[in-house]
Design a protein around this ligand. Structure first.
Ligand code: TRP
Length: 328
C-alpha cells in the first residue's frame, strides 16, 4: 500500500472550509492508503516561540480531527514532536540545503516581512523540516493545498539530492496530491470567495447553534433580483453554494425557483441555511465535546500514534545512518 503523509499546524479550530477541503480527503484516503497524519507543533515554533497554549491547541485539533472521523484504527495520527527521529533527519537534510534556495522560498520571504524581529533559522529551514516529515515515512503522496507547492518542490529536491549525494535509490520523490483540485470550495459569508480563519468569515465545526444562526443571518446579500432568471451576484451565489452542500436538493430547488421568479426572501433562505448547517454540524460538535472531555482516550490515541510513527521513523533513520556512515 502506498504511503501518504500530511501535517497540520495547530493554529485554531476547524471550520467548514477545512472540513470539505482537507479533512474529507483525509477520511477518504485513510481507507485507501497507509496514512500518517500529524500535528506540526515543531513548525509552530517558527512563528510562536513561546507556546503557552501549545498543549491546548494540539489537543483541540486532535479532538476535532477525531470527531470528524479520522480514525486511529485506520490512519496513524501523531504529534510531530513525539517522533524525535524527524529532527535527526532534519539535521542531515540541512547539511545539504543551501542558503540561496531557502531564501528564495516565497513563504519565507512573506514571513520575514511579517516578523522582521524574529527571522530565525527555523523559519529559513521550514522546507527541510517539512521534507523530513514526509520522507521519514518514505511517503509517495502528500495531500496539501496549492500554497504548499513550493515546499513540496523542495521536499522532492531534498529527497533527490540525498539519493544522489550518497549514491543510493533510497527516498522516493513525494508527489503532491492537490486538495485544491479535488475539494469542494466553501465560500465565505461576507461575499468573498473563500471561507478562512484569517478572512474572519468562517463557521467553525465547534460553533453552537446560536452562533451559526447569528453568522448566517449576517451574511452579505443584495436587494434581490428584479429580472427573472438573472445571474446571481457572488455573495448570493455563495449562499446557494452552501445550501447545495448542506441542504436537500428539494430545498435548494425551492429557493432557486424563488430566486428565478424574483420572489426570494433572503431572510427565509438564511434561516433554512442556518438550520441545515446546524443539522450537519451538530453530531460533529457533540463528538468534539465528548472526545475533548475524555483525556484518557486522547492520551491513548496520541501514545499509540507516536509508537506507530516512531517505528516507521526508526527504521528509516537506522538505514539513513548506515548510508551516511554512522554507527546504527
Ligand atoms: N506546511 C504545512 C502547512 O502549513 C504543514 C506541514 C508541515 C505539512 N509538515 C508537513 C504538510 C508535511 C504536509 C506534509 O499547511
Amino acid at each position: 500500500m502506498e504511503t501518504v503523509v500530511s501535517g497540520i499546524r495547530p493554529t485554531g479550530n476547524l471550520h467548514l472550509g477545512n472540513y470539505f477541503g482537507a479533512v474529507k480527503s483525509f477520511i477518504q484516503m485513510q481507507n485507501e492508503y497507509n496514512c500518517y497524519f500529524f500535528i506540526a507543533d515543531w513548525h509552530s515554533l517558527t512563528t510562536h516561540p513561546h507556546p503557552e497554549n501549545m498543549k491546548r491547541s494540539v489537543r483541540t485539533i486532535l479532538a476535532e480531527y477525531l470527531a470528524c472521523g479520522i480514525d486511529p484504527e485506520k490512519a496513524t495520527i501523531y504529534i510531530q514532536s513525539d517522533v524525535r527521529e524527524v529532527a535527526e533527519l532534519y539535521l542531515y537534510l540541512n547539511m545539504n540545503a543551501y542558503l540561496g534556495e531557502l531564501e528564495r522560498v516565497t513563504s519565507f520571504k512573506d514571513k520575514i516581512r511579517q516578523q522582521p524581529d524574529n527571522v530565525n533559522a527555523g523559519l529559513l529551514t521550514y522546507p527541510s523540516l517539512m521534507a523530513s516529515d514526509i520522507i521519514i515515512h518514505k511517503a509517495v503522496k502528500v495531500p496539501v493545498g496549492k500554497d504548499q507547492e513550493q515546499n513540496m518542490e523542495m521536499a522532492r529536491k531534498f529527497a533527490r539530492r540525498f539519493n544522489s549525494i550518497y549514491g543510493v535509490d533510497f527516498f522516493p520523490e513525494p508527489a503532491s496530491f492537490s486538495l485544491s483540485n479535488k475539494a469542494v470550495k466553501i465560500p465565505g459569508l461576507d461575499g468573498s470567495g473563500k471561507m478562512g480563519k484569517s478572512e474572519g468569515n468562517a463557521i467553525y465545526l465547534a460553533d453552537d447553534e446560536a452562533t451559526i444562526r447569528k453568522k448566517v443571518m449576517k451574511a452579505v446579500t443584495d436587494a434581490g433580483p428584479t429580472i427573472p432568471n438573472s445571474e446571481k451576484p457572488v455573495a448570493v451565489e455563495n449562499l446557494f453554494s452552501l445550501l447545495d452542500i448542506v441542504s436537500t436538493p428539494d430545498t435548494y430547488a425551492y429557493f432557486n425557483d424563488k430566486y428565478n421568479a424574483c420572489e426570494i426572501r433572503y431572510g427565509d433562505l438564511k434561516k433554512q441555511l442556518a438550520a441545515d448547517i446546524n443539522t450537519f454540524c451538530a453530531p460533529i460538535r457533540e463528538r468534539i465535546l465528548d472526545i475533548s472531555a475524555n483525556d484518557a482516550y486522547m492520551d491513548k490515541v496520541a501514545r499509540e500514534g507516536a509508537e506507530k510513527a516512531s517505528e516507521s521513523a526508526r527504521k528509516t533513520i537506522r538505514e539513513v545512518r548506515e548510508i551516511i556512515g554512522f554507527r546504527s
